[in-house]
Design a binder for this molecule. Structure first.
Ligand code: SAM
Length: 181
C-alpha cells in the first residue's frame, strides 16, 4: 500500500482481443486492492490506456507500464517474488512468511500472474509459488484474494489522491461527486 514497501503486479502474456478485459481487470484489481504498479506485456497498450484513464478519474498513486522484458524483470527483481498458480503452496500456509518478508524485512514485492500456460522458469525464479485454492480459476480472483490476505484487509480503507471524482457509498442508488481541488 502507499505508505508501505512497494507491491508491483506483473501480467505474463496477453492475447490481443481475447484477453483485453482480463488484462484490464488485472490492472484495475491491482490498483483498487493496494498494489502500487502493474507491468503489462508490450502488446497490451489498450488495457494500459484504460487503467490510466481510471486512475486519472478515481485517483492514485498507481503506475501502469508496458514492457517487453517481463522475464528479465522477474529474474532481476531485488526483493520478493510471488507467482500465483493453482499448483502452488496454499496461500493460508505461506501468507505469514510472505508478509514478514514484505513488511518485516521491507522488501519490494513482485506478484506474477499468468494468462496462458506459464513456463517452468517462472516457477523456479519465484520465492513462493502460491495457490489461492488448488483449483483452476482466474488471475483476477487469485490476485484479489492474495492482496487482501497480504494486507489483512487494510487496503479496503485506502485513501486516494488526485481523484477527479469519488463514489459516495449508498445503500441504494448511485452517487458520484466531483472532488474539489
Ligand atoms: N493452466 C495455466 C498454467 O498452467 O499456468 C494457467 C492458466 S490460468 C487461466 C491464468 C492464471 O490465473 C494463472 O497463470 C495464475 O496466475 C492464475 N490462477 C488460476 N488459478 C489459480 C489459483 N487457484 N491460484 C492462484 N492463481 C491462479
Amino acid at each position: 500500500m502507499h505508505d508501505e514497501p512497494s507491491v508491483t503486479v506483473v501480467r505474463l502474456g496477453h492475447r490481443p482481443g481475447r484477453d483485453e478485459r482480463m488484462t484490464t481487470h488485472v490492472g484495475l484489481t491491482a490498483r483498487a486492492l493496494g498494489a502500487d504498479e502493474v507491468v503489462l506485456p508490450d502488446n497490451a497498450g489498450q488495457s494500459r490506456d484504460t487503467i490510466r484513464d481510471i486512475t486519472d478519474r478515481f485517483g492514485g498513486p498507481f503506475d501502469v507500464e508496458c514492457s517487453g522484458s517481463q522475464k528479465a524483470l522477474i529474474r532481476n527483481w531485488e526483493g520478493t517474488v510471488v507467482h500465483l498458480t493453482m499448483y502452488g503452496e496454499r496461500v493460508q500456509d505461506v501468507e505469514d512468511e510472505i508478509r514478514d518478508a514484505h513488511t518485516g524485512d521491507e522488501e519490494p514485492l513482485l506478484v506474477v500472474v499468468g494468462a496462458e500456460k506459464v513456463s517452468f522458469d517462472v516457477y523456479e525464479a519465484a520465492d513462493w509459488n502460491v495457490g489461492v485454492t488448488n483449483q483452476p480459476h482466474s488471475e483476477v480472483a487469485g490476485l484479489a484474494v492474495f492482496l487482501d490476505r497480504l494486507f489483512d484487509g487494510r487496503e479496503l480503507d485506502c485513501e486516494w489522491e488526485d481523484a477527479q471524482q469519488r463514489v459516495i457509498p449508498k445503500a441504494t442508488g448511485k452517487q458520484v461527486e466531483p472532488v474539489d481541488e
